[in-house]
Design a protein around this ligand. Structure first.
Ligand SMILES: Cc1cc2nc3c(=O)[nH]c(=O)nc-3n(C[C@H](O)[C@H](O)[C@H](O)COP(=O)(O)O)c2cc1C
Length: 191
C-alpha cells in the first residue's frame, strides 16, 4: 500500500486549501493509496528559534509531526500564496521538522519522499508562485518533486457549499494528477 500524507498550508476555518486537501485525500483513496490528512492546527508550534531549540529541544508538537511524516512514502501539500510565497505556517512547520534532538539538521522526515504541490489562491496565478518556491525548498531537503502541479485560480469561487469543485473538469484533472502521483510514488518506492 502507498502511504501518503496531505498537509495544508492554511488552517483557516473556511480555507480553500483545506477544502482542496480533503478533495485530494478522496482522490488518493479512490486511487488505491492510503492517505492521511494532517491539519497543522493540531500541531501548534512556536516560530523556529535556535535559542529556544538549544534551551528546550524540539517541541512535542514537532516530534509528533515528524513521527506522522516518518512512515509516509509521499507528501501532498496544498498551500495558498502569501505575497508570492508559501505561508509562514507551512514554512515554520517544515523548518522545525528538519531539526533533530541534537539541535542539528535532520532530513529524515522528508528525504527520499515523493511530493506533490497543489495551491489554491484567489489571484489569477492560483498560488503558482508560492508553489515554485515550495518545490525548490522541497528539492533542497531531499524530496523527489512531481513535475505535476494542480493550481486553482480564483479560489473563492471554485468550491461549492459542500467543499467540492464547482467545475467538474478541475475535479477530473485532480483525479488524473493524483493517480499519476501515486504511480510516481510507487516507482520511487520500488527503485
Ligand atoms: C499576507 C497575505 C498575502 C497574500 N498574497 C497573495 C498573493 O500573493 N497571491 C494571491 O493569489 N493571494 C494572496 N493572498 C490571498 C490568500 O491567498 C487568500 O487569503 C487565500 O484564501 C488564503 O488561503 P486559504 O483560503 O486556504 O486560507 C494573500 C493573503 C495574505 C493574508
Amino acid at each position: 500500500m502507498t502511504n501518503l500524507v496531505i498537509i495544508s498550508g492554511s488552517s483557516r476555518k473556511e480555507s480553500s486549501n483545506l477544502k482542496l486537501a480533503r478533495i485530494l485525500e478522496s482522490c488518493c483513496n479512490a486511487g488505491g493509496a492510503q492517505a492521511t490528512h494532517i491539519e497543522l492546527e493540531s500541531y501548534p508550534m512556536p516560530i523556529y528559534s535556535g535559542d529556544l531549540e538549544d534551551a528546550e529541544g524540539l517541541p512535542s508538537s514537532v516530534k509528533a509531526l515528524q513521527a506522522a511524516l516518518q512512515d509516509a512514502d509521499g507528501i501532498i501539500f496544498t498551500c495558498p500564496e502569501y505575497n508570492g510565497f508559501m505561508t509562514p505556517l507551512l514554512l515554520n512547520a517544515i523548518d522545525w521538522c528538519t531539526r533533530s534532538e541534537t539541535a542539528s539538521l535532520s532530513l529524515s522526515a522528508f528525504a527520499g519522499k515523493s511530493v506533490f504541490v497543489a495551491s489554491a489562491s484567489p489571484g489569477p496565478g492560483g498560488g503558482s508562485r508560492a508553489g515554485t518556491h515550495l518545490k525548490s525548498l522541497l528539492m533542497g531537503i531531499g524530496c523527489h518533486v512531481s513535475p505535476q502541479a494542480l493550481v486553482i485560480a480564483g479560489s473563492y469561487g471554485a468550491f461549492d457549499e459542500n467543499g467540492e469543485f464547482i467545475d467538474s473538469t478541475i475535479q477530473q484533472r485532480a483525479a488524473v494528477q493524483i493517480d499519476q502521483f501515486i504511480t510516481f510514488t510507487k516507482k520511487l518506492k520500488s527503485a
